[in-house]
Design a binder for this molecule. Structure first.
Ligand code: ADP
Ligand code: MG
Length: 273
């Protein structure tokens, strides 16, 4: 049975830790023995750069080549996937993806192009993490259609109800109209200043506002300059500063994500009995 889980890491706000989370949750899952593909769905190519590709714009084949194959109804372009030394695979992106996104408006089944590009890869991976761009545009819609669940990174002080409401509205619209199995795994508090006790306060606030609709991960990712350094190094925090608090945060997040899966498997087994 195919058992791959596709997670979109999304928030229309930039600079909240989406790419950092994709890299480090990805490497965390790979260290736990999972087969992981990281998909860069941002034309900025930050995930691609963070994994050590210095000039993404020089890549011949990237995510946009695969999406173009889908649009042209041709076999998928080959040779896009890059193996990273820390055990994750990368489907890179570059500026070409932005032209791709603009062109999507005239395409048949435009919301399904990314899904059709990556669904065939599910059999080769346990987790596919999609690093979304900071917008709720067509690329993000494609990511939410391709995904089984969503993780929403957010800095506690930037967690605006308005922004979150917009994102939740997009998610539930896609769930209703296109992808009924889409779930929200949770909000991940990032760059948390450990002098405050944000996570608890925010979890309580969210519970008041949204009831049990959204969970906040028990793990919070602390703020640390060490985390800032990794994208220039092309490595994860586990390689750069394994004993530090950010590595510990992402290690705990990995455990939480793995636990979610165990819980779901149990529920499935219970249902099928
Ligand atoms: P996004 O993908 O949402 O735009 P990034 O992951 O690129 O966000 O993070 C934005 C900036 O914050 C980057 O410069 C990154 O290095 C930095 N950053 C990410 N996580 C942390 C952290 N835990 N502590 C300090 N800086 C961080
Ligand atoms: Mg990013």
């Amino acid at each position: 049975m195919e058992n791959c889980k596709v997670i979109a890491i999304t928030n229309q706000k930039g600079g909240v830790g989406k790419t950092t989370t994709a890299v480090n949750l990805g490497v965390g899952l790979a260290s736990s023995g999972k087969r992981v593909l990281l998909v860069d769905a941002d034309p900025q190519g930050s995930l691609t750069v963070s994994l050590g590709i210095k000039n993404p714009d020089e890549l011949d084949v990237s995510l946009s080549s695969l999406m173009q194959s889908v649009i042209d109804d041709e076999p998928l372009a080959e040779g896009a996937i890059i193996r990273h030394q820390e055990g994750v695979d990368l489907l890179p992106s570059n500026i070409e993806l932005s032209g791709m996104e603009t062109g999507l408006f005239n395409v048949m089944s435009r919301e399904y192009v990314l899904k059709n590009a990556i669904d065939g890869m599910r059999k080769s991976y346990d987790y596919i993490l999609i690093d979304c761009m900071p917008s709720l545009g067509m690329m993000t819609v494609n990511a939410l259609v391709a995904a089984d669940s969503v993780i929403i990174p957010s800095q506690p002080n930037f967690l605006s109800t308005k922004g979150l409401n917009l994102l939740l509205r997009s998610i539930s619209k896609i769930k209703r109209q296109i992808n009924p199995r889409l779930k929200i795994d949770g909000i991940l508090l990032t760059m948390v200043d450990n002098r405050t006790n944000f996570a608890k306060e925010i979890a309580a606030l969210l519970r008041d506002t949204y009831g049990s609709k959204i969970k906040v991960f028990g793990t919070e990712i602390p703020h640390s300059v060490r985390a800032k350094e990794i994208s220039a190094e092309g490595k994860s925090i586990f390689a750069h500063d394994p004993g530090g608090k950010v590595a510990e945060g992402y290690r705990n997040l990995t455990k939480e994500v793995l636990k979610l899966e165990k819980q779901r498997e149990k529920n499935r087994a219970g249902l099928s009995r």
